[in-house]
Design a protein. Structure first.
Lengths: 608, 476
């Protein structure tokens, strides 16, 4: 019976491959994908809360095809199935006019299969197999986006590929230290080599989740890739997978505690990601691109939460993971609706859509309130838990996290104002509300955002807190209202400040989109922003510049080596060849002389 | 049983020449093609070694013993393959019924001479059969009677005479020491006087004679002229098997069975082997004559065999014999290809060819198989034998020679690829638009050999186990 665990991998993978065979039958593809995604969701529901193990012999040397289902993996499985289902439903309408994207559905289903596989794997090498497979579908999904998407796809491939390489090395070290590749049997101390392994694995995990400095492909992809891709992979599945693995390594595979230097490292990465990405998001003038920077920024909260190494922080980080997947998915889908109905996501050309698209606007408000941490939506509760943990470890981490919250709220006020309020653009006079297959996913997610906020005991008690287990929770239960009144007051103050900031900015500049221009064009920030917009700080571009110099150096070295092979050795060969050819005069007496000389030398050597 | 390998060809020779020529001219080919085929089947599918023990009335007519061991088996198999191919090529390239008939007769003489050479157990009988083979090949080379053919044959005769003198002098010295010419007696005599100058001189004289026969640098001067001047079918025979039997096989036999590895100048063998590899390959690079290039390539490949022999370990010996067998396959194939090209174009000047693959796809494709095998590209047969030789050299600490052997493979690939590009690939030479593929009689041997080359490479564990590794036993 345990081979039922193969279903969540095989069903989407096989149907995804079969989907490649269907051609030019647009309607069928969408429907088929929707049914497979539904089946996958049903399988995930069926497997939820079960504990199963399944092992097949595989490559040998400890590399077994072993799958393990327990509460954490079944939770991620369920979430993956849920998002896959919603995106498939959304796509039935959204993608209909984009004919060139036929392969998208195959990549979508194969991605679900790979995420399921990576989550279920109980063997590091097997997990790496699925994990790296995701790189292919990632590349493919960006690649099919349009003319210029090849560069972005390559960029994503290189960035994720390099961090996956780090992870591969990390897996090697971990296996060496632990003497086994079975994840559930690994429990290592973070000593000298152990911490190297941890950092390498962590790089793989956080880069999958999209944290800085492995983020720079996400904003580019927002522009180039098909929108459901953004809602699906960077916003939902990759966060789930990356944070899942980060939680696995810091909770199970390594004995990470607050005294280790790795905990502050994680928190610093988290805080920097929060702040820098949200600062970039603030000044974006494109719906999707703005969201994509938030997709980076919010990862910072999760990493910060898990990095605190205190129960409240970890619970907050994991809760934030699922919350973020929900509201960010919803936000991207709302962006998709706007793109589909208004034909653009450029904020300059949008405005006043709230009246025309009330359901989309409503969902947007709920999701934006969630991401900004407005009570009583789900984002508020998870952020409060993270603040609590961060404050316990140091006020500086808390301050940075709260500052991030301020800018998040400010940028969403700007986005909502620019897109849905204000004067309607002439071109958008005839815009209608999106059709129901696009609205249902958004409404479902938005209601979940409300549900997970108002009744946060449901996710916390059933999904999140079992992951840590009773002994780690130390008897705490983090559901219900936040207990720390100081934090709540601070949050409300910060939100009020963001609102005030927006109001003042609006008054000064006269339009929603320019409401944060006083920050954008502030004395110190302005030149920095200018450079950042020109990708001056993009780690990928910096790396490419360095690689360019290195390539030039190596090119000169290579010329010398080339000369050795192509010039010197060939020249020598021909010189010797010509010499030998000249020696063969064709005169038999010469040949006899050679033979006799050879004979005499050999005889001389023999009797010497 | 064993004498039949000699007596049956001899009987056939008589059969072909006693009746009036008009009757036997046509069936001659079938007879000459059938004999080696039978030999191939006998040696490939029956353990020849046990026949040694079957008594039969012919044995008493010989004053020397015949014996077959694993080494001889490999050679008998190779002789069968190459003679069969040469007969096919001869039938389709030689013009004139008389010339063909003469060719088949001489082929039979060479066939029986080679068969006897690999079976005799007597040093003088060995010499006699080497000479039988050699005389047949002198005439074969000169068969076309034009200036290059006569010149090539002449050079071969002159240098063979030198070889003959050396071997005869050596045999004379050995008879002085041993009193008998059987392998066993010579062997025990040489082992009895390891420090004797006379013995050393005798051994080295014999070896030098064989170096000439095998065409090892610097004793190889006759070889390129003879190979390139001979008719195609004779080139196939010469390069594929005659020099390998009368030179290389006898060298292996003398060093291993008669002189004993430890009495032989191993350093000299390895040195001339490596020298042949490098000089042969370098000379091949500079050639524009297709057959001459193949001739120098032969020199180079024989170097590998001698290098393996000089190394002296059982594994190296097995590798050397395996390479001998493979060389018979791939060099024969290349000469068959050369024959096809010469037949269709009337020239072997590579500067006058290009893009022949378009018109002669089978010839071009089989040539690729042969050259890749020669250069030692996996999984073709040549790769395994070179690998075994290189491994054995490395194991016995001959690192410098190992590196030379491996690097020379690059040279091999270089001249063959440049040949392939000049002759078969690229744009078709102007004026060759009406070229067609060679006739079936020339394609068929090429296909057979290519299939065998690939097959031996793929089934190499079986071949190695059944055919090659038993060769190690002759060291005991």
């Amino acid at each position: 019976m345990d081979n039922i665990l193969l279903l969540p991998i095989l069903v989407p993978a096989v149907s995804g491959i079969l989907m490649l065979l269907i051609r030019k039958t647009r309607g069928i593809k969408e429907i088929a994908t929707f049914f497979v995604a539904t089946a996958n969701l049903l399988i995930a529901v069926m497997l939820f809360r079960k504990e199963l193990d399944f092992t097949l012999p595989w490559a040998g040397f400890g590399m077994e095809f072993s799958l393990r289902l327990y509460h954490f993996s079944s939770f991620i499985l369920l979430a993956t199935g849920f998002f896959g289902f919603l995106i498939a439903l959304y796509c039935t309408t959204f993608m209909r006019e984009k004919g060139a994207l036929n392969q998208f559905y195959s990549y979508l289903l194969i991605s679900i299969a790979l995420v399921n596989g990576a989550v279920l794997s109980d063997n590091l090498v097997l997990m790496l197999f699925f994990w790296e497979g995701l790189l292919v579908t990632l590349f493919g999904m960006i690649f099919i986006g349009g003319k210029d998407s090849f560069r972005t796809a390559t960029k994503a491939f290189i960035i994720v590929g390099i961090s996956d390489l780090c992870m591969m090395v990390g897996i090697g070290i971990t296996a060496h230290l632990a003497g086994t590749l079975t994840i559930s049997k690994i429990n290592l101390p973070v000593d000298a080599l152990g911490s190297v392994a941890f950092v390498l694995l962590m790089i793989g995990a956080i880069s999958k989740a999209g944290a800085m400095p492995f983020h720079s492909w996400i904003p580019d992809a927002a522009k180039d890739a098909p929108l459901p891709f953004m809602a699906f992979l960077p916003a939902a599945l990759e966060k789930l997978l990356g944070i899942y693995f980060l939680a696995r390594i810091s909770l199970d595979m390594f004995k990470l505690d607050a005294s280790s230097w790795l905990s502050p490292l994680l928190m610093i990465i988290g805080c920097i990601t929060i702040l820098l990405a949200v600062m970039m998001a603030l000044i974006q003038k494109d719906y999707k691109k703005l969201l994509s920077y938030h997709a980076i920024s919010q990862v910072g909260y999760m990493i910060l939460g898990i990095g605190t190494c205190v129960p409240v922080g970890i619970v907050g980080g994991l809760f934030h993971m699922i919350n973020h997947a929900l509201y960010k998915c919803c936000l991207f889908l709302s962006g998709g609706s706007v793109e589909k109905q208004a034909g653009t996501t450029d904020l300059e050309k949008l405005g006043g859509l709230g009246i025309k698209m009330p359901v989309t606007f409503g969902c947007f408000i709920v999701a934006a309130a969630s991401i900004s941490g407005v009570p009583p939506f789900n984002g508020f509760f998870s952020k409060e838990l993270i603040y609590d943990g961060a404050l316990e470890r140091g006020w500086i981490f808390y301050a940075m996290a709260v500052a991030g919250s301020f800018f998040t709220a400010a940028s969403f006020l700007k986005l909502g104002h620019a897109a849905f309020l204000g004067k309607i653009n002439d071109a958008n006079k005839s815009v209608k509300e999106a059709s129901w297959p696009m609205l249902i996913p958004m409404v479902m997610i938005a209601s979940l955002c409300v549900l997970f906020g108002l009744y946060n005991a449901l996710p916390l008690n059933n999904l999140i807190q079992p992951i840590l287990g009773e002994h780690r929770l130390e008897g705490h239960n983090f559901s219900g209202m936040p207990t720390n009144a100081f934090l709540v007051i601070m949050t409300v103050l910060v939100l009020a400040a963001a609102l005030l900031n927006h109001y003042l900015g609006f008054k000064k500049q006269g339009s929603g989109i320019k409401a944060v221009d006083h920050i954008h064009y502030a004395p110190v920030l302005h030149p920095i922003y200018d450079r950042a917009e020109k990708r001056f700080f993009d780690p990928f571009d910096i790396g490419m510049r360095v690689a360019g110099w290195a390539a030039k150096m190596i090119w000169y070295v290579d010329r010398v080596i080339d000369w050795l092979y192509d010039g010197f050795s060939v020249g020598m060969t021909y010189a010797l060849s010509i010499g030998i050819r000249r020696a063969h005069t064709g005169n038999y007496s010469v040949y006899i002389i050679w033979s006799l000389v050879g004979l005499m030398v050999i005889i001389f050597l023999a009797v010497r | 049983m064993l004498p039949l390998f000699i007596l049956v060809p001899l009987f056939c020779l008589i059969l072909l020449n006693v009746p009036p020529k008009a009757i036997v001219k046509r069936p001659a080919f079938w007879l000459v093609a059938a004999l080696p085929l039978v030999q191939v089947f006998l040696t490939a599918f029956h353990p020849v070694a046990v026949w040694d023990e079957i008594r039969n009335p012919f044995n008493s007519y010989f004053i020397f013993n015949l014996s077959v061991d694993a080494l001889s088996t490999v050679l008998l198999l190779s002789i069968g393959i190459v003679v069969f191919i040469a007969a096919l090529v001869g039938r389709y390239t030689l013009s004139g019924e008389t010339q063909r008939f003469n060719f088949f007769n001489l082929l039979l003489v060479a066939f029986l001479g080679m068969n006897a050479t690999v079976m005799v157990q007597d040093i003088f009988a060995l010499y006699v059969f080497i000479e039988v083979t050699a005389v047949a090949s002198f005439i074969l080379i000169a068969m076309q009677k034009d200036k290059p053919a006569l010149e090539g044959a002449f050079k071969y005769i002159i240098l063979s005479v030198v070889a003959t003198v050396l071997m005869l002098s050596s045999i004379a010295l050995i008879v002085m020491a041993a009193g008998d010419t059987s392998f066993a007696a010579v062997s025990s005599a040489i082992r009895a006087y390891p420090a004797s100058v006379l013995v050393k001189v005798a051994v080295n004289l014999f070896l030098c004679g064989l170096f000439i026969k095998a065409g090892i640098v610097p004793f190889h001067g006759w070889l390129p002229d003879a190979y390139s001047a001979a008719p195609s079918s004779v080139s196939v025979l010469l390069a594929g098997i005659i020099t390998k039997v009368s030179g290389v096989y006898v060298l292996i036999r003398m060093v291993v069975t008669v002189f004993g590895i430890e009495q032989s100048p191993q350093a000299v063998l390895m040195f001339v082997g490596a020298l042949s590899i490098v000089a042969g390959a370098l000379a091949a690079i500079g050639q524009s004559d297709f057959k001459r290039m193949l001739a120098y390539s032969s020199v180079s490949q024989v170097g590998y065999i001698i290098l393996g022999l000089g190394c002296g370990t059982p594994l190296a010996l097995a590798g050397a014999v395996f390479h001998l067998f493979n060389h018979a396959l791939f060099k024969t194939l290349l000469f068959v290809n050369a024959a096809a090209v010469q037949e269709k174009l009337g020239t072997v000047d590579m500067n006058k060819m290009s893009g022949l693959s378009v018109k002669m796809p089978v010839t071009g494709a089989t040539s690729v198989v042969a050259l890749l095998s020669t250069a030692g590209i996996p999984p073709l047969s040549g790769f395994w034998s070179k690998l075994i030789i290189a491994m054995a050299l490395w194991q016995s600490g001959q690192y410098a020679y190992t590196i030379i052997a491996v690097l020379a493979s690059v040279l091999t690939l270089a001249y063959f690829l440049s040949m392939q590009r000049r002759v078969f690939f690229g744009k078709l030479q102007e004026g060759l638009e009406n070229l067609t593929e060679a006739r079936l009689g020339l394609i068929l041997p090429a296909i057979i050999l290519a299939v065998v080359t690939v097959g031996v490479g793929l089934a190499f564990p079986i071949v190695l186990d059944k055919l090659i590794l038993p060769v190690q036993n002759i060291l005991k």
